[in-house]
Design a protein around this ligand. Structure first.
Ligand code: MF3
Ligand code: CO
Ligand code: CO
Length: 267
């Protein structure tokens, strides 16, 4: 097993899959309101993917996952199963979408606040998104994965939040989860060296409390042990000759190149 470098033709397919993944999030945003069930969000995404996009929802039946998207609410960290439970004002929810188009995957997730939410929740969401952008901004040939993990961990822990260690980003392409593992913590100068043509996700999970998590009896839903809030954002990207290309960027997402330079992040 090793890292699969993508050809320009494969990169083009991933660009298309990534854009389609982003479009699912753009479509569903308007429906994330008090009173909606996560099952309704799932079925809207499912219909949109199959009928409008002609994409395949990768989570459905993946190792037995029963739905087409993951919805992780409040202290749920990731892999939440859409259910009949209604979202209520003040909840925060991560929606994680992975589409397959022309055999290639686009994997992306975003946090939504359901109506007005607490300042704590907003700060957590903001920190998590910045941690993702910080990691992305470091991507270029020659840098080591440990440098990125270390930067994300340092940024998050300086704000007295914690990084989940049990789940990580991953190589992606024709395979949903392939090498390398992209840890959101670690030691600078360790790990593999990035090369042009690598494609992977970065998807930090940040807890307001301690980092420890457990899996619920449904065997999927990951929650914080201390029941503290958790947030996550995810993008799929490629290493280019000079830096990175984000495949899953959304239209409403303003990622200013200067904004994401590490020196623009105050701890
Ligand atoms: N989309 C998730 C990720 O970012 C994986 C979900 S697997 C599922 O890697 F089976 F839970 F859907
Ligand atoms: Co992923
Ligand atoms: Co995902």
């Amino acid at each position: 097993m090793s890292i699969i470098l993508k050809t320009p033709e494969e990169i083009e397919k991933m660009r298309i899959a990534g854009r389609l993944g982003a479009e699912v999030l753009e479509m569903i945003a308007q429906y994330v309101i008090p009173g909606v069930t996560t099952e309704e969000l799932d079925s809207r995404c499912h219909e949109f993917m199959l009928n409008q996009q002609k994409t395949i929802p990768a989570p459905l039946n993946y190792h037995g996952f029963p739905k087409s998207i993951c919805t992780s609410v409040n202290h749920q960290v990731c892999h939440g199963i859409p259910s009949h439970k209604k979202l209520k004002k003040g909840d925060i929810v991560n929606i994680d979408v992975t589409v397959i188009k022309d055999e290639y995957h686009g994997d992306t997730s975003e946090m939504f606040a359901v109506g007005e939410t607490s300042i704590l929740a907003k700060r957590l969401i903001d920190c998590t998104q910045k941690a993702l952008y910080l990691g992305i901004s470091m991507v270029k040939p020659g840098i080591k994965l440990g440098d990125i993990g270390h930067a994300i961990q340092t940024f998050v822990e300086r704000k007295r939040y914690s990084i989940v260690r049990e789940y990580c980003g991953h190589g992606i392409g024709r395979v949903f989860h392939e090498e390398p593992q992209v840890l959101h913590y670690g030691k600078a100068g360790t790990g593999i060296t990035l090369e042009e043509g690598m494609t992977f996700t970065i998807e930090p999970m940040v807890n307001a409390g301690k980092r420890h998590v457990k899996v619920l009896p449904d065997e999927w839903t990951v929650v914080t042990k201390d029941r503290s809030l958790s947030a996550q954002f995810e993008h799929t990207l490629a290493v280019t000759s000079t830096g990175f290309e984000i495949f899953t960027v959304r239209n409403n997402e303003t990622i200013e190149p200067t904004y994401i330079l590490p020196e623009h992040f105050q701890a």
